[in-house]
Ligand binder design. Sequence first.
Ligand code: NI
Length: 141
Amino acid sequence: MPTVRVTRRAHFCSAHRLFRDDWSDEQNREVFGDCSNPNWHGHNYVLDVTVEGPVDPETGFVMDLKQIKRAINERVIDDVDHRNLNLEVPWLEGTMASTENFAVAIWDRIASALPEGVRMHRVYLQETPNNSVEYMGPAAG
Ligand code: NI
């Protein structure tokens, strides 16, 4: 049975701030730059979730795209869109709200919602057109 990768894209807007309580304002500014603005700032995020699995001979699908869309919406977008990542997202609590950490957290959220036989392949998260990260999971990581 052929193994195929399927990608679903989503867009959302969130506010955040990168800072450490135990650092001075100066040190935060030095390391985190504009992302350390004390009064928050927003990004228009682009998220690609790629899953991998065998093609079902009956449907011709690896996974119904509606199912991936629902998992992304219910497990990620509903929680983060138009929210403050530092203050309003329980599953990011205690985590530095960097794109790296965010991508890893999104992986875990989606992975647990996949049907049997389908696995996560990649989470691509773009913070700005110039800045993006990708996470391939703990095994390949
Ligand atoms: Ni930022």
